[in-house]
Design a protein around this ligand. Sequence first.
Ligand code: ADP
Ligand code: GLC
Length: 489
Amino acid sequence: MKTKILMISPECAPFSKVGGLADMVSSLSKQFASLGCDVRVFTPLYASVKRNSKFAKEMDNLSVHMGLGIEEFASIWSAPLGSAKACFIEFNRYFDRPGIYDYFSSPYDDNGGRFSFMSRAALEYCLSTGWIPDVIHCHDWTTGLVPVYLNTTLRNTPLGRVPTVFTIHNMQHQGVFHPGTLEYAGIPMSEFRADNCESYGSLNMLKAALYNSTKITTVSPTYSHEIRTPEYGCGLDHVLRFRAADLIGIVNGVDGNEWNPKTDKYIAANYGLADMSGKSVCKSALQARMGLDKRKEVPIFGVVSRLYDQKGLDLLARISQPLVEHMDIQIALLGSGEPWLEDAFRRLSASNSGSIASYIGYDNELSHMIEAGSDFFIMPSRFEPCGLNQMYSMIYGTLPVARSTGGLADTIEQYSEGAGSGTGFLFSDATADALYNTVGWACSTWYDRPSEILSLRRNSMNRDFSWALSAEKYAQVYKWADEARSKGF
Ligand code: ADP
Ligand code: GLC
């Protein structure tokens, strides 16, 4: 019989996406479906979801029982996601809005209710259709109450024996709300305890997940260790130390249909290791598109990122001017986020036109053009649970210049000068000086040791970042979770 996997996630590419969570959920689901599993991804039907011709209404009037005697009715739509199925919860009061979590950086004040509803609706679908999954895989704080439901209100239903696997994509976002949200969700207030979902007098949905899930994963082995320390644990490191035996780090894979220089439909010319000539065509196309000087010999340092504290790009903003004054390089940035940082990059490109170009906004096509057309890719993250762009870069022969943390440390191999081994340039301190020196190291390698750049490109393009291996590891975790749940955990 087919293994049934229920994924619950606030984002699912290509329908809704803020960051890498959307890519991960979508590509892992497709991978399991391609292995013959019955995978359904439950996610909200936001106003921004583009309904293609394959969208079909699957269910009307799904009754969703919240707490305080509230019963709501939702519709379920579905669309193919590879050979998996994306299931959309239509409930306009909560989801028919322009943003996923916020409106112009201001979080919706009913997010606690919105995502408790998403969690509960996915579970009610299972109960009302009799589609009982073999495992429920939840992602980040928005799904934090799912394992609590299974341990409390729904324990004596057919879902009560189903194991839960919770993946941490980012410890910084925890879903902290007024305790009343727990009552609205329909979870007994007896669960509002420090060793469960209470934190400093509030409901903490991430903490709820960490105490209640059968197994916990995060998206790289290094991050799985970092978050057990106060420096990276965002106040929940003690819970992760408590659950250490059940916490596993698995690096994300890359969707090769989406990110492959040989087939990419967004780039000016396709290329691969056997014939790299297309890469210089992509470089000229990027220079033309972003208004950089058309010079083949100068290295381009690309950036595609959310512009928030996590990503450390304020460090790059501080050194961009001296970088282009003292080194012959170009910078091509695509990003959006903190308004002050957006402004800083706008100003830098206005006063350095030809050598610094920034596009403030979200643009999938341009992100592919930057991966293909750049020579280096900058990621100075303060923390990085996994990071996808460094892997996309390496697949495109674009060498990462990155801080050695989390998934960056696990996926990039440090360049060894002279030996020509490695796949990128790593540094340790989250400081502007360290970033400046490492860009300098990459730049001198470009000009002084071009043959080593070619070796690094070859090494990075030969790396296998496909999902096959990581999906095998998740399958193992599902098995462990099943064994543990059958013993009552
Ligand atoms: P995070 O999820 O923390 O933002 P990841 O590296 O895991 O970091 O994933 C980021 C994803 O979002 C990548 O697919 C990247 O290409 C994409 N992305 C980020 N910012 C933009 C942007 N401004 N335009 C297009 N794609 C973007
Ligand atoms: C989060 C993390 C990022 C990771 C992504 C997908 O957004 O910030 O590092 O790659 O989730 O797991």
